[in-house]
Design a binder for this molecule. Structure first.
Ligand code: KG4
Ligand code: ZN
Length: 430
């Protein structure tokens, strides 16, 4: 079977993202971050996030389609449209042709100055133009968990796109325009696929470049450690799409705790990367501060971070301004150490109980090099392979991971048959 081309969208929090995937291969993964907008609030401001998603989604989708088109035309091994073989022989010339034909058109699309009606019309003209060269078989979108008003933006766009492609197909069928229908390369209307954001983070570990690398395969059962700004969980994956939650956070998520700790230290948002940088500078010797690990005596696989955060707040408040300034790096290192100790302890326990054959680690906090090092040595000790997302832009929120999760749902024919029935699920759970 030729792997389907899927256009995926994620607007679950503060990144507006669209991607095109072909099976597990990522052809494009466009991410527009809103970090600079939310920075002054010290966290995500939902109404602002919604507006920014609305303003950016069209451009992000068009850019994802454009980049995927270029990737496809550089590689004839992927399902392709017209002229693929001759063009693939000369990708540079092909790219030049593509640019000269289309850049003028894209440059004319100044979304800032156009009114909304024109803007929609322009989007669809551009979209139809691109879609003729991109035989999409499905549009996938994050249904939840996430911010309700942010999720809505992506879901609405995904439905609009399915309707738009569908209308184009119907039109070409009615006009018996065989060349047009062949050009679309698909005989059926595109499917709509709803994806759980956390399932996306799991599948981010299986992402491949457009040449199909890396060629890793999951051995089941797999243990998934998900550590993001909204979630901290251990999930047993018995097969594709078959999950059992083994433990999750009882209060704050690990990423959320790192963000709050950074706020206590009067550092910027998001906190994870700043804490990582400071902790690195503190050096490898043990931090002079230590925090007592949460849930130390509990044998279950749940997590807790709010006690750690309160402990940290009291510690910081007990320091003079001078001491605080002198020990910023040590404080960051102490909080990071205690946060990750809990992740490693619980993951180790889950490995002991469930004897998984693969360890999959996803979510924004996995961007932390020190955490990946700890997880690598845990996996080595237990003699199991560990997979992380293979590229940085696949770790924090992105749409490519949604496309890869959707591909596995496509294989199981898990489609939304009536578009009206798809609604956002801010508290969706695996
Ligand atoms: O997965 P993600 O992008 O969004 C959610 O689904 O929540 O995760 C965002 C979280 C934030 O809390 C951020 O501070 C954390 O990931 N993060 C990091 C690093 N980069 C991002 N935490 C630790 N170290 C990092 N390098
Ligand atoms: Zn996420």
């Amino acid at each position: 079977m030729i792997e389907p081309l899927i256009l995926a969208i994620d607007t679950s929090c503060d990144e507006t993202s669209a991607a095109v995937t072909c099976g597990r291969r990522v052809l494009s993964n466009v991410i527009s971050s809103q970090v600079s907008l939310h920075k002054k609030y010290g966290g995500v401001f939902p109404a602002l996030a919604k507006r920014a998603h609305q303003e950016r989604i069209d451009l992000v989708v068009i850019e994802a389609i454009k980049r995927a088109y270029i990737a496809l035309h550089q590689d004839c091994s992927l399902p392709n449209s017209k002229n693929s073989k001759s063009e693939a022989r000369n990708p540079k010339q092909n790219m030049r042709n593509f640019k000269s034909q289309n850049t003028k058109y894209l440059e004319n699309l100044n979304f800032g100055r156009l009114n909304l009606a024109n803007r929609q019309a322009s989007l669809f003209r551009t979209f139809e133009f691109r879609i003729s060269d991109l035989p999409l078989q499905a549009v996938a979108v994050t249904q939840g968990p996430g911010l309700a008003i942010a999720l809505e933006v992506g879901i609405k766009k995904a439905k609009d796109l399915v309707r738009c492609i569908d209308a184009k197909m119907q039109r070409s069928k009615e006009n018996s325009d065989i060349s047009e229908t062949m050009h679309l390369c698909v005989s059926e209307s595109p499917k709509l696929i709803a994806v759980d954001h956390m399932e996306g983070h799991i599948y981010s570990t299986l992402a491949q470049n457009k040449n199909g690398l890396p060629k890793r395969e999951i051995l089941f059962p797999a243990l998934c450690l998900l550590v993001s700004g909204g979630h901290t969980a251990l999930v047993l994956m018995k097969d594709h799409g078959v999950y059992q939650i083994l433990g999750s956070t009882l209060d704050d998520a690990c990423g959320e705790a790192l963000d709050k700790a950074a706020k206590i230290l009067k550092l910027g948002y998001p906190g994870g990367p700043v804490i990582e940088r400071l902790a690195e500078q503190a050096g490898s010797k043990k931090s002079k501060y230590s925090l007592s690990p949460p849930l130390k005596d509990k044998s279950n696989l749940n997590f807790s971070y709010s006690g750690l955060k309160t402990q940290f707040l009291y510690l910081v408040e007990s320091l003079s301004e001078k001491k605080f300034g002198q020990n910023l790096k040590n404080l960051a290192a102490a909080f990071q150490e205690a946060s990750f100790e809990q992740l490693i302890r619980k993951t180790s326990k889950a490995i002991e109980i469930y004897q998984p054959k693969t360890l999959l680690c996803g979510g924004g906090v996995i961007a932390n090099k020190y955490l990946r090092k700890l997880l690598r040595s845990l996996a080595k000790k237990n003699n199991i392979p560990v997979f992380f997302p293979p590229k940085k832009n696949l770790i924090t929120d992105n749409a490519a991971m949604i496309g890869i999760a959707a591909y596995h749902k496509f294989l199981r024919k898990e489609f939304i048959t009536d578009l009206k029935t798809l609604d956002r699920e801010p508290r969706l759970s695996l």
